[in-house]
Design a protein around this ligand. Structure first.
Ligand code: EPZ
Length: 430
């Protein structure tokens, strides 16, 4: 099992390039099977979640070529089965995007459901509501979601809860339904808009993505396309927070600054200096940071996927901060690890009350999930002394070349896979 060894206390400085958005890519790759013509997708991040999804798609007969690291060509013309039976796939939540895609194209799909999750209950009632409203019969059978329809017909769907996944799934299935679908209370995240743009480039007719009412006029079939995925808002935000917590000065390159406004606004409040360029954002952070209040909300609110990273920075800010988790009920699990590094944080229900401390101190800790893992790496870089983060797998689900990119901006971090390598790394990091 790989570990990160990190020697803290370095100010991050320099430039970091941002890759394609993992959560947009998961939806777009799944949607690419909806045509029988080849689809060429650029800017696909090379992270585990994406690679697992691609493997599962290959298993059902989708032809996948990857001529370059970030370029994927998908040919969904010879799908042999609409049943995904893949142990791997249970590990990624986004596997259920294949339900929307295959139900739309072939009017049937069966996909294993992910089990419990480290960040809380991950209900799928809104997905089921959406598929059923389009005329599908949906059953949960032996740990899988199975959906089948003789014909899909457009409908007026009011989501009871803003859900990125349900919005995406309904958008996919209804693109190939007959008639008009209206999704009310839709999610507005950048990757929802990216998927709509992608489907439209394949001949779909989707209007209003990015607002809370999305209108889809079903078409008979979709065609091939050539598309580039948007930059990853959360990867960018993570490096911005890493700069803030280490009192660094980092230029985060290849981003859409508009997508980062919910993050830049909070960084300004805690005393960081932000400069926006056409496709880059520079974050420089004075010492000390100041406290603030944050509540995670659907886009354009502050993203839940940035909650652990901002909590880590606020743990080092002067005064008392409050972070309220408004999306998932169990996303403060990492706080225990942060407390072991010297943070002063009390969690009550969905709220963390943070009394800033001058610094963290290195410890041996575990990454409980993807974003919390990245946040703990930030804490380690800001800490005094050495931190060992056990098990890098969660982090690699969503961050490409994490330690390489961090090293390029001055972090002292190494990935090691044995005790022997750890010993050597310690000598280099000291
Ligand atoms: C997406 O998950 C992202 N995943 C998550 O990113 C992100 O945290 C989340 O949106 C919120 O922004 C992908 O895009 C692959 P939701 P998703 O449906 O679609 C409840 C990361 O770190 N809900 O918007 O699963 C649900 O329990 C990951 O990259 C229902 O009640 O999230 C949650 O409380 C982690 N019923 C809230 O809605 C449903 O049918 C939002 O979930 C569906 C969801």
């Amino acid at each position: 099992m790989d570990r990160y060894a990190i020697m803290g206390g370095t100010r991050l400085q320099g430039e970091v390039p941002i890759g394609g958005a993992k959560n947009a890519a998961l939806a777009i790759l799944a949607a690419a099977v909806m045509t029988n013509e080849p689809v060429r997708i650029e800017n696909v991040p090379d992270v585990t979640d994406i690679n697992v999804l691609l493997k599962a798609m290959e298993r059902i007969g989708v032809k996948i070529e990857r001529p370059e690291r970030h370029l994927v060509i998908i040919d969904g013309s010879r799908i042999e089965s609409c049943i995904i039976d893949d142990e791997y796939l249970k590990r990624i939540r986004a596997s259920y995007y294949l339900v929307g895609a295959l139900l739309g194209k072939n009017k049937q799909a069966e996909v294993p459901l992910p089990g419990g999750c480290n960040i809380g209950v991950r209900a799928i009632d809104q997905h089921i509501k959406g598929f059923s409203a389009l005329g599908a019969k949906v059953r949960i059978l032996h740990g899988s979601i199975a959906a089948q329809a003789d014909e899909l017909r457009g409908n007026h769907i009011f989501l009871d809860k803003v859900s990125v996944g349900a919005t995406i799934n309904i958008m996919m299935a209804s693109s190939l339904a007959s008639g008009k679908t209206i999704i009310e209370n839709a999610a507005k995240e950048p990757h929802v808009v990216d998927l709509a743009n992608f489907l439209n480039s394949m001949g779909a007719n989707i209007k209003g993505a990015g607002t809370d009412v999305i209108r889809i006029r079903g078409v008979e079939k979709l065609h091939g396309t050539d598309y580039a995925i948007i930059p990853d808002q959360i990867e960018a935000g993570t490096y911005m927070l890493a700069s803030a917590a280490t009192h660094g000065d980092v230029l985060v390159r290849g981003v859409i600054p508009k997508h980062l406004e919910c993050i830049t606004a909070k960084l300004c409040e805690i005393g960081c200096h932000i400069t926006e360029y056409d496709d880059a954002v520079r974050v420089s952070a004075p010492e000390p940071l100041t406290s603030t209040q944050v509540k995670t909300l659907p886009y354009p609110g502050f993203p839940t996927d940035m909650q652990p990273q901002i909590t880590v920075a606020l743990g080092l800010a002067q005064g008392t901060s409050i972070v309220t988790e408004g999306i998932f009920e169990n996303r403060f699990k990492y706080v225990d690890e942060l407390i072991r590094m010297g943070a002063s944080i009390k969690v009550e229900g969905n709220m963390a009350v943070i009394s800033g401390v001058p610094r963290y101190s290195g410890a041996s800790i575990t990454a409980p999930d993807l974003r919390a893992g990245a946040a703990l790496v930030i804490a380690a870089m800001a800490a005094e002394g050495e931190t060992i983060i056990e098990d890098t797998r969660f982090i690699e689900r969503g961050y490409e070349d994490f330690e390489l990119k961090l090293r390029a901006i001055g972090a002292k971090i190494e990935k090691v896979s044995s005790d022997r390598e750890l010993k050597k790394a310690r000598l280099r990091l000291a």
